[in-house]
Design a protein around this ligand. Sequence first.
Ligand code: GDP
Length: 301
Amino acid sequence: DQGLEKSKENMFSKLSRAVAGKSKVDEEVLDDLEEILVASDVGITTTVKIIERIEERVARDKYVGTGELNKILREEIANLLSENETEDATEFTLPAGNKPHVIMVVGVNGVGKTTTIGKLAAQFNRKGLKVVLGAADTFRAAAVDQLTIWSERVGVPIVKQGMGSDPASVAFDTLQSAVAQNADVVLIDTAGRLHNKINLMNELGKIKRVMQKVIPDAPHEVLLVLDASTGQNAIEQAKQFTKATDVSALALTKLDGTAKGGVVIGVSDQFQIPVKYIGVGEGIDDLQVFNKHEFVDSFFG
Ligand code: GDP
């Protein structure tokens, strides 16, 4: 399963309660469903979209029994996730053709960015890929320290400079070092200061431009890390980061700590960006490649 906490009430039991004693999906049932989805962090935009799609089905089929609601909702959620999901990967793979494949990792502090980089490094390293880490979050000493610990734990090199040094310069050094070592994949940590959108845009833009002096089409991927347990905050962060830079994939962390998880559905739908990885714990192996079928199963309990 994809990590959602089982002890709390799942979608299936919430739905069962909403339709108790009713045989037909009507206005009232749909209102209850809307509330349930919003309370599960799906977000209002995506919730409305799902409800409208179910309303269309009800209008078309004239009668939809409440016994079918679970199945219909699953289908609609899977459809939404499919609309921006290119494939259901089961393994940690990289697209062919880039050597090194450069992944710039963005997100606000505390969401699990460093941990996700460490876990990804471990997965790629296990596949025999040569990994280099770049500590371009130079604003927090702790960030560089944490990434250094991960590099030692996984056994991959890290490129860093002193505190307060220019993040773009660290990124530049990292790419040069990766090219010199004939590395397969580079993971660049960046500072996630959201206090000023223009600053963020300038900072990430500069890192990109400087990296492109070494590898013209870098970064090949911009991975935005979001904490799934923060619900609407995660959606708000996605808004800011997608405005500041071209986010190409999402990692949703801390799904082990929430029974909600609906943010996975809302964020991928609202921003049309595929969820690629999910974090399901603090350990090195607690990162999974996102699989929508498993996720939907887990979401419904
Ligand atoms: P950063 O500031 O974004 O780099 O965040 P960190 O990687 O330092 O993570 C912040 C905290 O969240 C740490 O205590 C991590 O162990 C924890 N964390 C990260 N990912 C997960 C996850 O998927 N599940 C859980 N339960 N904790 C996580």
